[in-house]
Design a protein around this ligand. Sequence first.
Ligand code: B12
Ligand code: SF4
Length: 473
Amino acid sequence: MLRVALISSPLTLQERYGNFSGAANTEPSYALACLGAVAKWEKMDVRVIDAAAHCLTVDQTVAEIADYHPHIVGITSTTSGIVASSELAKRIKAMNDKAITIIGGCHVTALPEETLSEFSHFDMAVIGEGEVTFAEILRGVDETGAAPESIAGTAVKVKERIVVNPRRPFLNNLDELPLPAWNLFRGFPGDFYPSPARMNRFPCASVVLTRGCPNQCQFCDRSVFGNKVRSYSPTYAVNLIKDLASHYGVREILIEDDTFIIAWKWVTEFCERLIAAKIDVTWSCLGRADRVTPALLALMRKAGCWHISYGIESGDQRILDAMQKGEDLSRMEDAVRWSREAGLKTKGFFMVGFPGETLESLRLTKELVLKLPLDDISVMQLTPFPGTALYENASEYGAFEKDWRKMNTLSTVFVPHGFTSKDMEKARAEMLGAFYFRPSVLIRKFIDVISNPRLFWYMFKGFLVLLKVVKKR
Ligand code: B12
Ligand code: SF4
């Protein structure tokens, strides 16, 4: 029987989030849960090491598989984890040069050929949606242990050449996939913590019920799942949640879909089925202002939703238009207000440093941050990720430092013309400080802690991080 190790990039919280590491979250990798289920389905011996969520270093990750002697090692990575993932592949190869190392995820999907030539210790890349491709790879490894060369959706090193095979069409019916294999995760669910802003009950799990997004935001990497939206059926999605609640005791679900509310009809049916199933869970999700209505938000609340996050990005309509966000500010204000009226807590994601940013646009964003009745915010640094429209021409609009390790939306790798990197950090810190250090917000956070004492430690850590970041400016 083939031994398969599935690993997320070994990045410690400090490496991943820098100054913000104290307030960072550790959610289990949904990709590993899906791929683990496929490997089990293919009757493999599987071990999952969620190194990112357990904050393991490369050394610690190697120690965890040293006694397992895997034939195949699949690593999932975003851009910021690709260097650490390559270091891990190198160490695995040093232990056993016959082990096949496969890299998957958004970074390699956007840059398959470049990634295989830049990092010589990956034998293969899986491009795009991975389940069917992975199953074919597992079936295709022959008795000599050689990696199969011509499977659709892969790039492979063949002697000195890199062969990029055609992409595989997306799965039409996600219900064909086995349920995610949570039982392969060490310490699941109790050892995994999302951000305190989204932790209502405990233990928690995160799921992704839809794939793809039809919108065109210029900063967003949609290389894996593309523009067409596909979902599990509402019945499958409710079963998936039931499985988490009844087999693992999960009480809080984070629906991490890019924009969960893209298909109004789907969400309505999902909520109705969830209400009928009477599962003891509460949940949160990400939304888009132009997709919500007061009626839908009320139904979601009834189905156990208590928190919704919106990508608001900027307070300047000119910047939103340049981003091709496809939304207007007044609708965003409506969505936040309606969410609050429906009894939901809200978080806004903002971004600084998009090409065309000016002192005036930063001022407008800060003004909006303070105006909207949000419960939490996060302020990211624009990062031109591979696979985004911006990646190709970012250098025309400012200084772009292509250091994969820093591409975590918290370090500044892109500075638009007219600013310095310090200006960007200052703008972010000012928005965070102005938002959180208001008496109304501090009192609200205090009440949150009193009503949910489990949050005390996380909120306290978050508060210290905030103090440090704001003071540093
Ligand atoms: C949920 C989520 C998170 C969660 C949980 C992450 C986790 N543990 O899985 C949290 C909140 C922790 C998070 C954090 C961050 N995230 Co995030 N996140 C997502 C999100 C919305 C869903 C990820 C997911 O589970 N998708 C569903 C699974 C099934 O898809 P998948 O991971 O792509 O895997 C499939 C294929 O890629 C392939 N595959 C993947 N790996 C492998 C490996 C092998 C061996 C094989 C065979 C196949 C394969 O098969 C899988 C099944 O089809 C994505 C956007 C998206 N829609 O994917 C952004 C996304 C991945 N995140 C992003 C970013 C920027 C970040 C942060 C840097 C942001 C920040 N400052 O917080 C951090 C960094 C985290 C890290 N460790 O690198 C970007 C990454 C861009 C890039 N090129 O790097 C994305 C793409 C969002 C975007 N559109 O810009 N994130
Ligand atoms: S930012 Fe959100 S809405 Fe925009 S393209 Fe990406 S996933 Fe879609």
